[in-house]
Design a protein around this ligand. Structure first.
Ligand code: PEP
Ligand code: MN
Length: 246
């Protein structure tokens, strides 16, 4: 399945949230068949409504640990509080800081003290300068393993969930040395235009793409609209990674 683009522009994929062991296992096996070895999945889900599914928490981390050992994959998962750092370090290869925590400078300082890569997401309304400045909190602590993730910003337009800022990708690539990941799923909140938008992100300089994949999105416990089912992911992957340009 792999070609040179697949090797160069890496793809992090997986469900929005860990819901149970067997769904994680089926999704992991599916993604591995595409050569995808970095799996995303949230154990802690900061949601707008406190009545929404909040994630399985520590139990979710336990599932991640088992899947990681069994399938020898790398895991990216969100850390919401420094008090979970030790537990997360046992099963997570890349610590994700969610958009809602980009301004949580005390958390960023704690992540500066470890050497594990940190995927820092852009805040909901953060300027590019604030985004880059937030990364410096991690860097200042001595952790240089930082990936910046553009995931769209709030806008007046509700055609998409957020407004993907392509120029942010180009600016960060021009001005810094951080790898840039573009989260297509949370930017768009929909999946029908994901291939075109992912290609645009890559053209702007993205080093990697993040995409949500679920076996049955309609019954997912979070982000039903944007998670791709297996067939949709296959179509996405072919268009973005395998289609040859003439
Ligand atoms: C996520 O990636 O699971 C997530 C909640 O994204 P964001 O923090 O960008 O909203
Ligand atoms: Mn999600």
């Amino acid at each position: 399945m792999k070609d040179s683009l697949a090797e160069n522009i890496f793809c992090m994929a997986g469900p929005c949230a860990i819901e149970n062991y067997s769904m994680m296992e089926r999704i992991t096996k599916f993604l591995l068949s595409y050569g995808i070895t970095v799996i995303r999945a949230g154990a802690f889900k900061p949601r707008t409504a406190c009545s929404s599914f909040q994630g399985l928490g520590l139990q979710g981390l336990e599932i991640l640990k088992q899947i990681k050992v069994k399938y020898d994959i790398r895991i990216v998962s969100e850390i919401v509080d420094a008090k979970y750092l030790d537990s997360m370090l046992q099963c997570v290869d890349i610590l994700q800081v969610g958009a809602r925590n980009m301004y949580n400078y005390e958390l960023l300082k704690e992540l500066g003290k470890v050497q594990v890569p940190v995927l820092l997401k852009r805040g909901l309304c953060a300027t590019v300068r604030e985004f880059i400045a937030a990364a410096e909190y991690i860097l200042a602590g001595g952790n240089e393993n930082i990936l910046l993730c553009e995931r769209g910003v709030r806008s007046f337009d509700n055609c998409t969930r957020n407004l993907l800022d392509i120029s942010c990708v180009a600016i960060i690539k021009k001005e810094t040395r951080y790898p840039v990941i573009v989260d297509i799923s949370h930017s768009l909140g929909r999946k029908d235009i994901a291939p075109q938008v992912a290609k645009a992100a890559i053209a702007a300089g993205a080093d990697g793409i993040m995409i949500e994949v679920h076996e049955h999105p309609k019954t997912a416990l979070s982000d039903k609209e944007q998670q791709m089912d297996f067939e949709e992911f296959d179509n996405f992957y072919r268009q973005v990674y395998l289609e040859k340009k003439n």
